[in-house]
Design a binder for this molecule. Structure first.
Ligand SMILES: *Cc1c(COP(=O)(O)O)cnc(C)c1O
Length: 231
């Protein structure tokens, strides 16, 4: 903590501290315990070196979008990282995702869920799974509608090698905090409608994590605010 502000503003540890403080401030504003919101560092297009720097600052959860890129970086990084797959899941990539990740946030079909279940190695814990919801049904994004999410949740619960944790969303870009909040609240309400309790809402990124925390997010996925702009 003896660094000068100008130096510290750009180093990974200080960026992480700033994000942790944003999370703490949002939790305080909404009477939430900060330990109920996990910071997931989104490390797509970041180098092994910058991931390691954030690791050395105490970060353990990292999220990757591109399977090939993740598989190249993982062997060079410590074993106690918890890896989250947060990109679109193509059917022909499920085996590697099931073998190498601890979480997948972006399941949006029974077919993908069944493949992940069948391909999850027996010696690993069940794969933590979130259903990606896309309440505006935007074509450009994966994810399912509310009714489809309710059905898919039931189906995932029947897969013994998957552990359904909750819902994930990437809302349409929106700079109005009230509208951000309204969208996140719809996802939180959908989680309440599932036939059984879940413990995870994966929502909120660098630009909207406060609104997500206000609505009940339990995992914020943050890239730019931790690493700076991506290459
Ligand atoms: C890139 C990405 C993020 C992080 O976005 P930032 O705006 O850089 O914080 C979060 N979630 C998903 C699914 C992403 O693809």
């Amino acid at each position: 903590m003896s660094r000068t502000p100008t130096l510290s503003a750009n180093d990974p540890a200080s960026k992480r501290t700033a994000v942790v403080q944003r999370i703490a401030a949002a939790c305080a504003e909404h009477s939430r315990d900060p330990s109920t919101v996990e910071l997931l560092a989104v490390s797509k297009r970041q180098t092994v070196e910058s991931i390691r720097q954030l690791y050395n600052a105490g970060q353990r959860g990292f999220g990757e979008n591109y399977l090939q890129e993740a598989l190249e970086k993982m062997p060079a990084l410590p074993d106690d990282i918890c890896w989250h797959f947060i990109g679109p899941v193509q059917s022909n990539k499920t085996r590697s995702i099931a073998e190498h990740f601890d979480w997948v946030h972006t399941v949006s079909s029974l077919r993908v869920a069944q493949r992940l279940n069948n391909q999850r190695p027996d010696n690993r814990a069940p794969l933590n799974t979130c259903i990606q919801v896309n309440l505006e049904a935007e074509d450009s994004k994966g994810g399912v509608t509310a009714d489809a999410a309710i059905q898919l949740a039931d189906e995932i619960r029947q897969q013994p090698r998957l552990l359904l944790r909750g819902l994930m969303t990437i809302p349409p870009p929106n700079s109005d905090p009230q509208q951000q909040l309204a969208m996140f609240e719809r996802v939180a309400q959908l989680a309440e409608r599932l036939a059984f309790p879940v413990d995870t809402l994966s929502m909120g990124m660098s630009a909207d994590l406060e609104a997500a925390i206000a609505a009940g997010s339990t995992i914020v996925r943050v890239g730019t605010a931790l690493f700076g702009a991506r290459q």
